[in-house]
Design a protein. Structure first.
Length: 365
């Protein structure tokens, strides 16, 4: 692990242990089928993808290669693992069909919207301003990793507590400036992906210590992001020039400190607390009034057994809340108590204080 394996990806994948990888990120040849050189309006030539590794004799040859490397990746992927593959309109639809033929289950289609796309200099079609990522799991219905709340936090612009759900359109710039790796003033790789793209992929769908495999490693963006985020990585690359650039790049990457890799626990992951425990230990009192909503007029009375009564309804904070709202209800968030200062606070605040005190007590034992 944590090394670049130089050689043909099919040959090297066959040597890796079965079910040993948590995540595959693949940026395969696009098979662009460029028939002529591209020029800007000032007649300078565009540095397009015309490398030998992107050349295939026919669609059938490309499909055969795609099926082989996807099947090889499926063999080394754990049953709980997932695979990401990126492409353009030249190849991604063919890749997606073969993914499904091999029994991968597609979870999402992500559009990487380039905020600084290359213009269409000839003016004969729309500017190609996005690439497509397919995210698929090896076995439909298997438990896989997805850090929903981490993605919401990453998408937090300060206007909503906890951030917004991450959408399937990712607006990120292409590699420019210092991020673009160069050798003797020329691009080190024609299709280098931005670090932010791989950071998001790896953060969302792996855990620290997981193994990330990239069968088309290029100049090592996947490895750099994985190393920074405390994941193990394996890169397969056949071109010696790319290997040299990637090795130098990865040597300079500093992993994040362990504590920086931790996520705050989600509400679902927090220790469970019975509402009755707060009554029993004096955080709330029998007969105390609770309000349904911060400005709500509906009231309930706390009962000695940890249930509440609101008119004819009696039951848990969740059940009574569900009856009042007509929808699923997390009672900790919807019921409020009144402080001595006359302000309403959610009973979730009492639960948090209760858990904090319990943690301090355990630490002092």
């Amino acid at each position: 692990m944590d090394e670049i394996l130089q050689g043909d990806c099919l040959e090297i994948l066959a040597q890796l242990p079965e079910k040993s990888v948590d995540l595959v990120f693949a940026d395969p040849p696009y098979n662009l089928q460029l028939n002529q050189a591209l020029y800007r309006p000032n007649m300078s030539q565009v540095d397009a993808v015309d490398d030998a590794w992107d050349q295939f004799g026919s669609f059938a040859a490309y499909d055969r290669f795609t099926r082989e490397w996807l099947a090889a990746c499926r063999r080394v992927l754990k049953d709980t693992g997932t695979l990401w593959v990126i492409g353009t309109y030249h190849n991604i639809h063919r890749v997606g069909a073969i993914l499904q033929d091999l029994d991968f289950w597609i979870l999402n289609e992500i559009a990487w919207v380039k905020t600084n796309p290359m213009p269409n200099f000839r003016g004969v079609r729309f500017t190609n301003a996005h690439e497509t990522l397919l995210w698929a799991q090896k076995i439909r219905g298997a438990r896989y990793t997805f850090h929903h709340h981490a993605m919401k936090a990453l998408n937090d612009d300060g206007t909503k507590e906890g951030g917004f759900q991450m959408r399937s359109d990712w607006w990120l710039p292409t590699c420019t400036g210092k991020e673009r790796l160069k050798v003797d003033g020329q691009k080190a790789h024609t299709t280098q992906k931005p670090a932010a793209l791989l950071y998001r992929v790896i953060l969302s769908s792996t855990n620290p210590g997981d193994v990330v495999l990239d069968p088309f490693f290029g100049t090592g963006t996947t490895g750099a992001a994985a190393k920074k985020l405390g994941r193990h990585w394996i890169g397969i690359e056949r071109e010696p020039a790319y290997v040299r650039v990637a090795q130098e790049r990865l040597q300079a990457v500093q992993p994040a400190l362990d504590e920086a890799l931790l996520f705050a626990p989600t509400r679902r992951e927090r220790p469970r607390v019975a509402f009755g425990a707060l009554v029993e230990q004096g955080w709330l009192s029998p007969g105390q009034v609770l309000y349904f909503g911060k400005q709500g007029v509906q009231q309930a009375v706390v009962l000695a057994n940890g249930h509440i009564r609101c008119g004819e309804l009696t039951g848990s904070i969740h059940m009574v809340g569900r009856q009042l709202s007509g929808a699923p209800c997390n009672g900790w968030e919807h019921w409020y108590y009144e402080t001595e200062a006359g302000k309403r606070q959610p009973i979730e605040a009492l639960r948090a204080a209760y858990l904090e005190q319990a943690a301090l007590s355990r630490r002092d034992e």
